[in-house]
Design a protein around this ligand. Structure first.
Ligand code: C5P
Length: 220
């Protein structure tokens, strides 16, 4: 029996891939995997337990024992609602630092595969197409210029009433890009066969329509 289809959407920080991926999933009635949330959960859990971000083996252990639940739009860790707590800039930076450890990445593979359920899955992250779902029916590399991404992040934070400085956000995301692209384990790459979607000048709706068109062509 063949496995349910996967649409893999990878890209750098704040490229809008999460928004596009979840809208594509809604439109097709597919499941959605936000793999970055898993790395953020390891970041939060390990911070609470006081584990050093350099300790790969201990972090891998934490990743393998995560007690998590995705329910509607909420995320629970050990029964506690951490939906907002994992979205801070500091947890994002911590996640990107510990994501370099092969022990952490390996510990999250089965969990990510478990999201592949009928009728299909849209998965977003850095290594969805290259490592986790290499047989994805459609592979998209969604990106935008660093300044467009920093501006989007800035607007999101301000809309939430969180104060932010555009220049700090730009520097943070450039550091994260560099770390995600240069690490040895599952670096951010444009996977073989991936279609590049440059969204700097596109609306969310335009990006979603393009992905849906590509999916129709890929499965025609
Ligand atoms: O996508 P998001 O910003 O939530 O991811 C947080 C961090 O987790 C990223 O900066 C990246 O280093 C890491 N990550 C990863 N592989 C994935 C998803 C996220 O290494 N598939």
């Amino acid at each position: 029996m063949s496995l349910p289809p996967v649409i893999a959407i990878d890209g750098p920080t704040a490229s809008g891939k999460g928004t596009v991926a979840s809208l594509v999933a809604d439109s097709l009635g597919f499941h959605y995997l936000d793999s970055g949330a898993l790395y953020r959960l390891v970041a939060l859990a390990s911070e609470i337990q006081g584990i050093d971000v350099k300790n790969g083996p201990e972090l891998g252990l934490i990743a393998s024992k995560l007690l998590i639940l995705f329910k509607n739009n909420q995320i629970f860790l050990d029964g506690k609602d951490v939906t907002e707590a994992i979205r801070t800039e500091s947890i994002g930076l911590r996640a990107s630092t510990l994501a370099v450890h092969p022990e952490v990445r390996a510990a999250l593979v089965d969990l990510q595969h478990s999201f592949r359920q009928s009728p299909g899955l849209v998965a977003d992250g850095r290594d969805m197409a290259s490592v986790i779902f290499p047989d994805a029916v459609l592979k998209v590399f969604l990106t935008a210029t660093a300044s467009a991404r920093a501006e989007r992040r800035y607007k999101q934070l301000i809309a939430k009433g969180i104060s932010a400085k555009l220049s700090d956000l730009l520097q943070d995301l450039q550091e994260r890009d560099a770390r995600d692209s240069s690490r040895g384990a599952a670096p951010l790459v444009i996977a073989d066969g991936a279609k590049v979607l440059e969204t700097s000048d596109l609306s969310i709706d335009q990006a979603v329509s393009l992905v849906l068109d590509w999916y129709q062509s890929a499965t025609a």
